[in-house]
Design a binder for this molecule. Structure first.
Ligand code: AMP
Length: 477
């Protein structure tokens, strides 16, 4: 099927062609004709399916008629996170290159003044997170009675984040005669209730069964002992051993673990950045941008980055922790294998993760395979050694042959390296470029080793084995 059969305008088709897309994805082929017919649409699709263009392309076509008036946006798109909102804005910029659309982004964490100016000028497209939208409305800077098309994106994520009351309120502020486009990856009962209330005779377009994972993602699990430093060693081993690794997102469950793991990877000279919900907006956007441009190869992230982020070419996803909610597994690994590309997702599993693993297997409807030999955690503890041996590389083995005291010292040094309180703060620095280790005499610390060496700047003491010359790990390609 070609885009030209869907009813999009010539200008939009030209922009699509310039993007290099030749065929619509299933959600695009299914939803675009209904949107152009001005029907309400209920789209059940996960991110990575081309969902964003399924509403932006027809919206731009429809917006060709009419013009914006001050403080009265013509269309409104609600997104659960600032990153998603910014991505939708990117889509409008890309597909709207042949149009003169005024797009206003209303997200938290940035000043009101610029947003006020854009509203005052008149917005064809308003992309907003619910809280900031209501703030503007309450300040009297925004009138919603001109909204013709309302898009509610990632509704199940909105539910997770507690935004449903805001969404209900916003729906009531917009004229009943509007067209509503509603997207969700899953349809829990609360979402069903919302669609029953606010959609009118919607065309339902479902492209993949909820909670299925893309076929293009190779999924594996890798065993590690439950201590965090063992998991960090396993992660490094997996990153170093990964075939065709272009870049990777590593997910942690808690933001303090994002900070700790980030620092550990910096110390081990990976090109790494971090992303979590407590970082200010500017740092988050810059970090994402650096990752997209390839300046950072590994991005350690909390679940705030799991849903909806459009980073088109992520080759690998690693779960440092199995997600607390099995559904999040689907969203996390959906960061790779997008739009038909190949991807790999590897999750670290410890003996404590049996229930979580079972829940994931249930959600995805299959048993995840192990990297290497299958591991049975129910075996008694003295079986642990042989279990571990089967998954360790020669390098790992040589590390484990170090005197016990030294290995423990490394563990302590890593866990203590995040000063109290810092783990809750935005993570800096932006990234660490990998550097070749300068030559040094064997055996112990070099005389000229600078005390504030960037890699070890948080360490009060650096164990000798960490100062050994290292081979390059993730190379810039
Ligand atoms: P989304 O599900 O909207 O986040 O889109 C996932 C990725 O697919 C984005 O990188 C889009 O740029 C890309 N994409 C969207 N539509 C197409 C298409 N028709 N062909 C190929 N890639 C697409």
């Amino acid at each position: 099927m070609s885009f030209s059969t869907l009813g999009l305008s010539e200008k939009v088709l030209a922009a699509v062609e310039a993007s290099g897309y030749t065929e619509p994805t299933a959600i695009q082929a299914g939803a675009i004709p209904y949107v152009l017919e001005r029907r309400d649409v209920l789209g059940i699709a996960q991110t990575g399916t081309g969902k964003t263009a399924s509403f932006t392309l027809p919206m731009i076509t429809l917006l060709e008629k009419g013009r914006a008036r001050a403080r009265m946006p013509r269309t409104l798109i609600l997104e659960p996170t600032r990153e998603l909102a910014a991505q939708v804005e990117d889509n409008f910029n890309r597909y709207g290159v042949n149009h003169k659309l005024n797009v206003a982004l209303l997200i938290g964490g940035v000043s009101f003044a610029e947003q006020d100016r854009k509203l005052e000028r008149g917005a064809d497209v308003l992309i907003a997170t619910p809280g900031r939208l209501l703030d503007h409305f309450e300040r009297g800077k925004l009138l919603l009675q001109g909204v013709d098309i309302l898009v509610i994106d990632e509704a199940d994520r909105m539910l997770d984040m507690g935004f449903i009351p805001d969404i209900e309120r916003i729906c009531k502020l917009i004229p009943f005669t509007r067209q509503t486009l509603f997207f969700s990856a899953t349809m829990p009962t609360e979402i069903q209730r919302l669609t029953d209330t606010f959609l009118q005779n919607p065309a339902k377009v479902e492209v993949a069964k909820a909670s299925t994972t893309a076929d293009t993602v190779t999924q594996r699990i890798a065993a590690a002992d439950a201590e965090d430093y063992e998991k960090r060693a396993k992660l490094r081993e997996l990153i170093e051993g990964a075939e065709d690794l272009q870049n990777a997102i590593v997910f942690c469950n808690r933001k303090r673990d994002v900070a700790t793991l980030f620092r550990s990877l910096v110390r081990h000279e990976f090109s790494v950045g971090a992303l979590h919900g407590d970082m200010d907006q500017r740092s988050r956007m810059t970090m994402l941008d650096n990752f997209k441009k390839g300046h950072i190869k590994v991005l350690v992230a909390s679940d705030v980055a799991a849903r909806g982020l459009d980073i088109p070419t992520v080759s690998h996803v690693f779960n440092f922790d199995l997600p607390i909610h099995a559904e999040d597994y689907v969203h996390r690994i959906g960061r790779t294998g997008r739009a038909g590309r190949e991807g790999t997702a590897i999750s670290i599993v410890t003996g404590k993760d049996q229930k979580a693993l079972q829940a994931i297997n249930d959600v995805i409807g299959k048993e995840l395979e192990w990297v290497g030999e299958p591991v049975d955690f129910s075996k008694p503890a003295d079986d642990k050694k042989s279990r571990r041996r089967s998954t360790r590389t020669p390098k790992e083995k040589s590390r484990s042959r170090k005197p016990k005291a030294e290995v423990q010292e490394a563990a302590v040094q890593e866990t203590e390296s995040v000063p109290a309180g810092l783990e809750e703060q935005p993570v800096v620095p932006m990234h660490a470029e990998r550097r070749a280790a300068p030559p040094r005499p064997r055996g112990g610390r070099r005389a000229n080793q600078p005390k504030d060496d960037a890699i070890f700047r948080n360490a009060s003491h650096v164990p000798a084995f960490l100062l050994r010359e290292t081979r390059s790990k993730v190379q810039s390609r």
